[in-house]
Design a protein around this ligand. Sequence first.
Ligand code: ATP
Length: 369
Amino acid sequence: MSASPCLVLEGIHKHWGDFRALDGIDLTIARGEFVCFLGPSGCGKTTLLRIIAGLETQSAGRLVQEGRDISRLPPVERDYGIVFQSYALFPNLTIGENVAYGLVNGGGSRQAIARRVDELLDRVGLSGSEAKYPAQMSGGQQQRVALARALATSPGLLLLDEPLSALDAIVRVRLRNEIRALQRQLGVTTIMVTHDQEEALSVADRIVVMNGGRIEQVGTPLEIYREPATPFVADFVGKCNRLEAVAEGGGWYRSGQLRLPARASTEPAAGTPVTLYLRPEDRRLEGLDGLDPATPGLCQGRVDAVEFLGGNCLASVRVDGLPEGSAPLLLQFSLNQMDEFGVQAGRTLRFALRTDRLRVFERAEGQAA
Ligand code: ATP
């Protein structure tokens, strides 16, 4: 990481009785980064955000923000703005008063505060709304106000706790793009909690994938998607096909009658049961004519069904030669490919798996892929 750290978390644990909500979190966030905490319900992402905000106390561990140990500081002495899922605006205050809330004790003149409120509302696209009340605004507008309020004191850290979950799909996508654009303009280090992988992939510089109170992987969206470090990450982020296979040594794996080459970070010994993971888009239809039928990854299968997804379709294909009882492979095609190559239920399709994209994970004996 090139930029200097804004926030360092060292060995953060959180227990409630015997229950371990967080089990040793180490993480460094660079200044100006947009980081998403992503994980299923109950993985501890909100607890971690609340510990960073000082709204929850860690059972063990240390937090350092801009070189200052904040581990025991109360929320008011920390340097952040926060936005919650539920907007949390004061219903009896106007929009202008809501945004000015954190500024009134800052010693600025009334005119200076009014100017700052104007500027912030302008930034979130709500100029001229000062005199309205929260109840007069839509959910998306209220969340913009909450964002303006969180940014009012120019905090060193912006914390966003599932800020988009209560909004409908179109507003959610629009607002996440606006938040990302605003974050870039301001350069404010931002942490957003989300359980929505698409949201995390689209806005984050880095994603922290959490599971059961631990970090599974930290990486850029592309790293997380292309090079999932664990089966959990491969399954949680995006769709993945799983092929039950056995290592043959020398970088080769056998799945039923298919022999496939794949790169593994640590090569499993011959005979080790593995699961090969493959994304639906990691297949090829073009340039297969004239290929030696023994070319690794060259397959054919019967299309069971085709799911239409807008610009793409997802075909479930029963691949010849895979182990007995294997699930059909889900393969993604563009609509043009669908027309050109006749991707239709009942047809037989010839294609090549992109073996360079296969991910290999060892599997305990007897465990299903
Ligand atoms: P969600 O997306 O559902 O909010 P999350 O990943 O944000 O999930 P947390 O809210 O951080 O999860 O909760 C982590 C775990 O800690 C959960 O199992 C939750 O039930 C538990 N937990 C949270 N707060 C408390 C509390 N005050 N007392 C006991 N257990 C708690």
